[in-house]
Design a binder for this molecule. Structure first.
Ligand SMILES: CC(C)(COP(=O)(O)OP(=O)(O)OC[C@H]1O[C@@H](n2cnc3c(N)ncnc32)[C@H](O)[C@@H]1OP(=O)(O)O)[C@@H](O)C(=O)NCCC(=O)NCCS
Length: 170
């Protein structure tokens, strides 16, 4: 496991977070966004003080000695806006390609889930577009179960994409 520091994201982290996400927007089915999101989207996510809303980053030392950098991020946010859903949170995680498969996703989720437990969140959901072996493995490793499958709900990169819903009761 890499020596990474997981901490709450700050405004200075947002360009790096956006860059990690935008690479997946352009090249992968892991997100159903088709265009990069404007800075205001990330600023609003960071500004939310709703209980159960968090944005965390994993920071690591660059192997070339050029200092610490953000290797990835994870966040939790409202699942759906109607108030009876308030103790359910949806989570997501994205890493720079160089940081994948080294335990960084696990470290981000362990910290995020601890914070959600402390907030009194009851159910955590994640939507995983398929195929995504690494994401499915991460969620299973963190105790999630696959609780649903939505066939062909996305159209991206020239094909229909299914999503699996992963759930964890805290
Ligand atoms: C999905 C993602 C966040 C996983 O994070 P990660 O740091 O690579 O995963 P970790 O190294 O912490 O591994 C977590 C578990 O998944 C397993 N795993 C990781 N990558 C895997 C892969 N490619 N295939 C199979 N299993 C894999 C690990 O072995 C580990 O399981 P274990 O604890 O039982 O040994 C990361 O790969 C990523 O950012 N991918 C691109 C963006 C994305 O798809 N985000 C998810 C959107 S739903």
């Amino acid at each position: 496991m890499e020596p990474v520091l997981v901490r709450r994201a700050e405004p200075a982290d947002l360009p790096r977070i956006a860059a990690i996400y935008d690479e997946q927007v352009r090249t992968a089915i892991s997100t159903f966004d088709l265009e990069p999101l404007p800075p205001a989207y990330w600023e609003a996510r960071l500004a939310s003080r709703d209980p159960g809303d968090h944005v965390l980053v994993a920071e690591w030392e660059a192997s070339d000695g050029s200092g610490a950098g953000v290797a990835g991020y994870a966040y939790s946010s409202s699942y759906r806006p109607r108030p009876a859903y308030s103790r359910t949170r949806e989570v997501s995680v994205y890493l720079d390609e160089a940081a994948r498969g080294r335990g960084v996703g696990r470290q981000l989720y362990d910290e995020l889930l601890d914070r959600l437990r402390a907030d009194g969140v009851h159910v955590v959901l994640a939507v995983v577009a398929l195929p995504n072996q690494a994401s499915e493995a991460l969620h299973l490793a963190c105790g999630f179960e696959r609780v649903g499958l939505l066939p062909e709900v996305g159209w991206k990169l020239g094909r229909w994409v299914d999503t699996a819903i992963y759930g964890l009761t805290l």
